[in-house]
Design a protein around this ligand. Structure first.
Ligand code: ZN
Length: 226
């Protein structure tokens, strides 16, 4: 049954949560901005099953409902190095293309799943931790894509979803600053998993995700000392 439209739509949010730095920061951002928050963790055959466990643990720490959705079909559609464990992961963005960590269509699938689930709970707000400021330039992390997906999902379901991407224009250092402002710097630093090699917290230190995360933290800490 679809919940009554008169319920407090604006007070509730669904956060797409992977257990990484960005989506965990978004989770605590949502807790500050909305009364009722729940998380959705999408499992799509990524290299490390412990991502799901970590996301679940963080949701428990935050005291919010946690849901995991099996979307492993995404990994059957096209090869990428996050789901195909025999591929060697690109360390840099190749010229004129995307690194093989790019999962084509991922955020469109994720937002569609999130919107359908949000609707079933009478939730209007969807929070996603994408950023176009500091990444490999994945097309589905860009602001225009998010706006377009928002319009499409509203039309597809005749709803008024609002997709929030609070990190869209933040550098990694600024994302660390946001975690600090929200009072969760230690949780994000110690509990999350961003590393492509599956090492939690500061990670392996040499994969592209670790480099971005650790350099951002260093930069933020340096700016704090000034
Ligand atoms: Zn790493």
């Amino acid at each position: 049954m679809i919940p009554d439209k008169n319920m407090q739509h604006n007070q509730s949010a669904l956060v797409l949560h992977s257990g990484g730095q960005d989506s965990t920061t978004c989770l605590f951002w949502a807790l500050k901005n909305f009364k009722d928050v729940r998380t959705l963790c999408i499992s799509y055959g990524q290299r490390h099953a412990q991502e799901v466990e970590i996301a679940q643990k963080i949701a428990a720490t935050a005291g919010v409902p946690f849901q995991v959705l099996d979307a492993s079909v995404i990994s059957l559609l096209a090869d990428n190095s996050l789901t195909n464990h025999s591929m060697i992961m690109d360390q840099e963005k190749p010229d004129n293309s995307y690194p093989n960590t790019f999962v084509p269509g991922r955020n469109l699938f994720f937002l569609t799943f999130a919107a359908v689930i949000a609707r079933s709970h009478g939730i209007q707000n969807i929070v996603v931790g994408v950023s176009q400021a500091d990444y490999s330039g994945y097309p589905d992390c860009r602001d225009t894509f998010i706006r377009s997906a928002n319009a499409t999902l509203n039309l597809a379901m005749d709803e008024q979803f609002i997709i929030h991407a609070p990190l869209m224009w933040l550098s990694k250092a600024e994302t660390w600053a946001l975690a600090d402002q929200l009072g969760v710097l230690d949780i994000v630093k110690n509990e999350t998993l961003t590393c492509y090699n599956g090492v939690p917290a500061a990670g392996c230190g040499h994969c592209p995700a670790c480099k971005l995360r650790n350099e951002g933290l260093k930069q933020y800490q340096k700016s704090e000392q000034l």
